[in-house]
Ligand binder design. Structure first.
Ligand code: IPM
Length: 359
C-alpha cells in the first residue's frame, strides 16, 4: 500500500519519540512491501519560533493532502510558566483538530501483563483491564466562545454542543462497543450541566439502533472512582471533550506510565495519530523518553488503513521489548536503554507475526 504520512514532531520529546515511530513504520514498509512517504511539518512552539504561528498554513495543507498525520507532542516550559500568553503552542494542536474535523478521539487502555507491577493499583484490581475511551474532540468547552472582562477579573469558556456533534461520535463509540464486549458507558454531569443532559438524550435515543450494546450512564465523579476501583468493569467509555481528556489521563496510572498510551483522532476525511502524553520538556534531548506511546500510535495508523498483520507485528515487537525488559527509565527505574535503543529493538523485531494482538 502507498501512504503519504505527514510527520509533526512538535515540541519537547515529540520529535524524539516520533523518530522511533517512523523507524518502526519503515521496518513495516521493508518487511511487508509497502511504500510510505514521510513529510515533516512544523507545529507548536518550534513553529512559533520559525514562522510566528503555532500552526503555519503549509502544515495544515500538508496534513490535508496526506493520508494521515503522525503527531508528537506540544508545549514548552516557557509557555507553561506564562498562562497569560496570547498565542500558545497548544493553539496549534487545537486548530489542527478543528480544521481537519477530527471529531472522534480513540484512546485504548490495556494492561500489559509484563508491566503489571508498574500499575499504581493492586494486581488483582488492574488485571484484565481493557477499555477504550471515545472522546469528542472538536467541540465543547475547548472550542466555545471565550471571554475575559476588561479588568481581567471575570472569564468564561462556553461549553456548547449540538445534537449532530454528539451523534457522530456516539455512533463511532456504539460501533466499537458492538465489536467489543457490548458495553458502553456515557460519562457526564447530567445532574448539573445542560450539555450533559443533551448528551444523555441523544445517546439514549441512538442506543435504540444498537440493541446488542448495553448502555450505562454514569456521573463523572462516580466514573472516576470506578475506573480506579474496578477498571475491568468498563468496555467503551464515551465522553465529551473535557471529560474524555481527564479520564484518559487518569488511565495512565492504571497502566503505570504516561509513556505507553496512544490515540487515534478520526474525522470523515482525515486521521491523525498521537501519543496521549505531553511534551515532557524536562526530558527533551536526553534520550530517556518512552517511545512506546508514539510507536503504538503508528500501529493504530496502520490498523486504520486495514493493515492488521502489520499492526500485529508492531504490537508483538513491543510486547517482546516488555518481556525482555528493553524499556526506558519510566518503566524500570534504572535501565541502560534509551529512547533510540528501545526504538531500534522494536523496529528490528517487526516481523510477520501470527498472534492476534491488541493494544
Ligand atoms: C491531550 C492533551 C491536549 C488536550 C492538550 C495538549 C491541548 O492534554 O491531547 O489529551 O487537552 O486535548
Amino acid at each position: 500500500m502507498k501512504l503519504n504520512i505527514a510527520v509533526l514532531g512538535g515540541d519537547g520529546i515529540g520529535p524524539e519519540v516520533i523518530t522511533q515511530a517512523v523507524k518502526c513504520l519503515q521496518a513495516v514498509e521493508e518487511n511487508f512491501g509497502h511504500e510510505f512517504t514521510f513529510t515533516e511539518g512544523l507545529v507548536g512552539a518550534v513553529a512559533m519560533e520559525k514562522t510566528g504561528s503555532p500552526i503555519p498554513k503549509e502544515t495544515i495543507e500538508l496534513c490535508k493532502k496526506s493520508d494521515a498525520t503522525l503527531f508528537g507532542a506540544i508545549g514548552t516550559l516557557e509557555y507553561d510558566n506564562d498562562p497569560m500568553a496570547k498565542v500558545r503552542p497548544e493553539d496549534g494542536l487545537l486548530y489542527l483538530r478543528k480544521e481537519l474535523d477530527l471529531f472522534t478521539n480513540i484512546r485504548p487502555i490495556k494492561i500489559f501483563p509484563a508491566l503489571i507491577n508498574n500499575s499504581s493499583l493492586k494486581r488483582n484490581i488492574v488485571t484484565g483491564t481493557d477499555l477504550v475511551i471515545y472522546r469528542e474532540l472538536t467541540s465543547g468547552m475547548y472550542f466555545g466562545e471565550k471571554s475575559l472582562s476588561e479588568d481581567g477579573t471575570i472569564a468564561t469558556d462556553l461549553c456548547r454542543y449540538t445534537e449532530e456533534e454528539i451523534s457522530r461520535v456516539a455512533h463511532m463509540a456504539f460501533k466499537a462497543a458492538k465489536k467489543r464486549k457490548g458495553k458502553l458507558t456515557l460519562v457526564d454531569k447530567a445532574h448539573v450541566l445542560e450539555t450533559s443532559r443533551l448528551w444523555r438524550k441523544v445517546v439514549t435515543k441512538i442506543s435504540e439502533s444498537y440493541p446488542e450494546v448495553e448502555l450505562n450512564c454514569m456521573y463523572l465523579e462516580h466514573a472516576s472512582m470506578a475506573i480506579t476501583m474496578d477498571p475491568t468493569s468498563f468496555d467503551v467509555i464515551l465522553a465529551s471533550n473535557m471529560i474524555g481528556d481527564i479520564l484518559s489521563a487518569q488511565c495512565n496510572v492504571l497502566i503505570g506510565s504516561a509513556g505507553l498510551l496512544p490515540s487515534a483522532s478520526i474525522g470523515a476525511e482525515n486521521a491523525m495519530f498521537e501519543p496521549i502524553h505531553g511534551s515532557y520538556p524536562q526530558a527533551k534531548g536526553k534520550n530517556i523518553a518512552n517511545p512506546v506511546a508514539a510507536i503504538f500510535s503508528a500501529a493504530l495508523l496502520l490498523e486504520h488503513f486495514g493493515l492488521h498483520e502489520e499492526f500485529n507485528a508492531i504490537i508483538s515487537a513491543v510486547h517482546q521489548s516488555f518481556r525482555k525488559k528493553i524499556v526506558t527509565i519510566d518503566i524500570l527505574g534504572s535501565t541502560k536503554y534509551g529512547t533510540s535503543s528501545v526504538g531500534d529493538f522494536i523496529a528490528k523485531n517487526i516481523v510477520d507475526a501470527d498472534d492476534n494482538l491488541n493494544i
